[in-house]
Design a protein around this ligand. Structure first.
Ligand code: NAP
Length: 289
C-alpha cells in the first residue's frame, strides 16, 4: 500500500498565511498598545556563490509576500571578517531589525563560528547561536533552526505520535541532525542519531517509527531499511544523475512500505523557508511585548 504524502507545499502555504495575518495585526497595533510594528529581517550574503544567491533571493521574496520588511546586504567575496562583524553590530543595534541571517557558507577567510556568535541571540533568526542551541538543549527554546523546526510542524500536522515513539535521525550536523534529535527528544521520542561512522545503519532504521534522513546522498534509505507503517521525513537535497532534485530516500520504493512520507521537492524545503518567516515574526512579537 502506498504511504500518505505529507505535502510540505500546502502546509508551508497555510503557515505563511498565518504569518501574514499576525504581521498585519502587529502593523495595526494601536498607539495605546505600543503602536505599529513591522517585523524586519536583515539578510547578509558574502561572495558570489550561485546557490546562496538563489536562497537569499527566495528569502527576501518570501518576506515581501507576508509583509515582513527585509534588507539584503550583498558584500563582495573579499570582505574582511572585521567588516562583516562591524555590519552585524550595526544590525544588532537597529531597532527595525528583528531577525538577522548571514547566509552560509562564508568565504574561507571568515570564521563562520565567530560570525554566528556575533549575532545577537535575540535576533538569531536561524537559531544557530550557541545561546539558542543551549536554550534548545535545556528545553526552553527561543529560536529553533528552521529545517528541524519545519520537520516538527510536519510531524504534528501528519498526526504522527512522538511520545514513546522510536525516532532515528540520520545525520549529526549542527543545523539539521543534532537540533532535530533534540526536538524529537523534547517531544517524548526515544532518539537514536546515526552518522557516517554508524555500524549497520539499517539495523537502526528498521526500528524507527519516525525516520528523518538528513545526509545528502541520493537513495541512501531504501525500502528494506524502513519499518512498515513508519513516518519517513526526507531532508536531503541532492541532484540525481538525471539532474533532477531528489532527497536521501528512494521515494518510489519506500512509499510502498512507509505509513507517511515527504516528497522531494515539495516536502521539507518549503517548510524551511516558512519557518524563517515564523522565527522573524516571533522575534518581532517578543520585542513588541
Ligand atoms: P552535512 O553537514 O554534510 O551532514 C551530513 C550528515 O550525514 C553528517 O552527520 C554525516 O556523518 C552523515 N552521513 C554522511 N554519509 C553517511 C552515511 N553513509 N550514512 C549515515 N550518515 C552519513 O549536511 P546537512 O547540512 O546536515 O544537510 C544534510 C542534507 O540536507 C543535505 O542534502 C542538504 O542539502 C539538505 N538540507 C536540506 C534542507 C531543506 O530545507 N530541505 C535544509 C538543510 C539541509 P558525519 O558527521 O559522520 O560526517
Amino acid at each position: 500500500m502506498s504511504a500518505r504524502l505529507i505535502d510540505g507545499n500546502a502546509l508551508a502555504r497555510s503557515i505563511r498565511d498565518d504569518v501574514a495575518r499576525r504581521v498585519a495585526a502587529l502593523a495595526a497595533r494601536p498607539a495605546c498598545a505600543g503602536g505599529p510594528v513591522v517585523p524586519g529581517l536583515a539578510v547578509v550574503l558574502v561572495g558570489e556563490d550561485a546557490a546562496s544567491a538563489v536562497y537569499v533571493r527566495n528569502k527576501v521574496k518570501d518576506c515581501g509576500e507576508v509583509g515582513i520588511a527585509s534588507t539584503l546586504d550583498r558584500l563582495p567575496a573579499d570582505t574582511s571578517e572585521a567588516t562583516l562583524l562591524a555590519r552585524i553590530a550595526e544590525l544588532n543595534a537597529d531597532t527595525k531589525v528583528h531577525g538577522i541571517l548571514v547566509q552560509l557558507p562564508l568565504p574561507q577567510h571568515i570564521d563562520a563560528h565567530r560570525v554566528i556568535e556575533a549575532i545577537s541571540p535575540a535576533k538569531d533568526a536561524d537559531g544557530f547561536h550557541v545561546g539558542n542551541v543551549g536554550q534548545l538543549v535545556v528545553g526552553r527554546p527561543l529560536f529553533r533552526p528552521c529545517t528541524p523546526y519545519g520537520v516538527m510542524r510536519m510531524l504534528e500536522h501528519a498526526g504522527t505520535r512522538l511520545d514513546g515513539a522510536e525516532a532515528v535521525v540520520i545525520g549529526r550536523s549542527n543545523i539539521v541532525g543534532k537540533p532535530q534529535a533534540l526536538m524529537l527528544l523534547a517531544a517524548g521520542a526515544t532518539v537514536t542519531i546515526c552518522h557516517s561512522r554508524t555500524k549497520d545503519l539499517a539495523a537502526h532504521t528498521r526500528r524507527a517509527d519516525v525516520l528523518v534522513a538528513a545526509v545528502g546522498r541520493p537513495n541512501l534509505v531504501t525500502a528494506d531499511m524502513v519499518k512498515p507503517g513508519a513516518t519517513v521525513i526526507d531532508v536531503g537535497m541532492n541532484r540525481g544523475a538525471d539532474g533532477k532534485l531528489c532527497g536521501d530516500v528512494d521515494f518510489a520504493g519506500v512509499r510502498e512500505v512507509a505509513g507517511a512520507i515527504t516528497p522531494v521537492p515539495g516536502g521539507v524545503g518549503p517548510m524551511t523557508r516558512a519557518m524563517l518567516l515564523v522565527n522573524t515574526l516571533e522575534a518581532a512579537e517578543r520585542s513588541a511585548g
